[in-house]
Write a protein that binds this ligand. Sequence first.
Ligand code: ATP
Ligand code: MG
Ligand code: MG
Ligand code: MG
Length: 439
Amino acid sequence: MRLSRYFLPVLKETPSEAQIVSHRLMLRAGMIKQSSAGIYSWLPLGFKVLKKIETIVHGEQMRAGHIPMLMPTLQSADLWKESGRYDDYGKEMLRISDRHGRDMLYGPTNEELITDIFRSHVNSYKDLPLTLYHIQWKFRDEVRPRFGVMRGREFYMKDGYNFDLSKEDALHAYNRHLVSYLRSYERMGLQAIPMRADGGPIGGDYTHEFLVLADTGESEVFYDSDVTDLSFGDREIDYDSVEQCQGVLEEFTTKYARTDETHEEALFNEIPEERRRTARGIEVGQIFYFGTKYSDAMGAKVQGPDGKPTPVHMGSHGIGVSRLLGAIIEASHDDKGIIWPEGVTPFHCGIVNLKQGDDEADAACNQIYAAMTAAGLEPLYDDRKERAGGKFATMDLIGLPWRITVGPRGLKNGVVELTSRRTGESVELSPEEAVKKVA
Ligand code: ATP
Ligand code: MG
Ligand code: MG
Ligand code: MG
């Protein structure tokens, strides 16, 4: 992409309404524009990162054997009346009525809809296990939408639902989700720690939230510092193996790590004092096994091996796709701007032409651009007739991992400058070597 042809409305001023750094940087970098409280337009740069995150989530869900689909944003209230949640959900649910006076709602989550799909089409235990998911916009009329995309009213969420014959099978699905979530966050350059969460009115031990540690997080968390040493890495995993998935769950959830809702001071105090940590965190996902709550209420049964109708065991599992942009920026920025992890960066490399209009500099930039594109990389070429300082500031703000600076002086010696956004270090290389280093 050439910057002269792109739409990147960066702001010079720091918007005063933004209280936290990720919100400020997303506005300044021209990634989002508020349309009304908690509702945003995703401008091209923000949209690009959103899609990168979505692609990682899809990839890891499918790797785990979960099946993508798409359900609508608008739902009929009937199913929610059936489950009993139409009244329970309260003011967070945006209720709408259509021209015929029928009660509709903008889905805050999809347990009812998916359970209805399931009961309409699945009759036998032989069709289990089944995990369906989608990535779709949700609406929750939050009392206090704030912090930009972190707590929006309209937000993008991956939500998946498992259907299993037994509690055992459903817990295997739970563990698969835990593993696939760990992998997803790591690919985004994030550490998200699974923490024991509160099962709410349904109760039970089977829910974990994934938290990114950040001072601006809305949750208070308590953990053993050993949990921050854990990482899944690039190890192989067989998602069909109950033992392997259970092993990962145990590895990642045995040490103390809890949100304030489940925190137990006495247990916490058993950790050696130097390892006790109290901090704040951003909830970027949650997994939940809830048994037969919805299948009982909505009659989602299959014929079991014994021929008897059996309510299915279910769980639901969510990732805050749009919130993740904010969480990643909270975890990765400096005073000049965003520092995108390689896995989610909107462009792989910026190309800065120090002397636009100079034949040699223009030709060198075009050549680098072509070489990168041929290597499957996406460069962003700042081909505007602007001062170098302004170009550097824009590149630093939008946070691409690499910048290649091209100017007549370097070209005389056959070199360009390659700069790492994260370390700030620069090296002089031939244009070919610079492209190779980025790839
Ligand atoms: P929170 O505690 O932050 O209100 P939640 O527990 O109500 O979140 P879930 O129902 O668990 O949210 O939804 C799954 C994921 O969707 C959350 O882990 C979070 O990452 C994301 N999410 C929830 N509410 C919002 C929101 N208002 N704006 C952006 N993302 C959200
Ligand atoms: Mg909430
Ligand atoms: Mg929560
Ligand atoms: Mg939650």
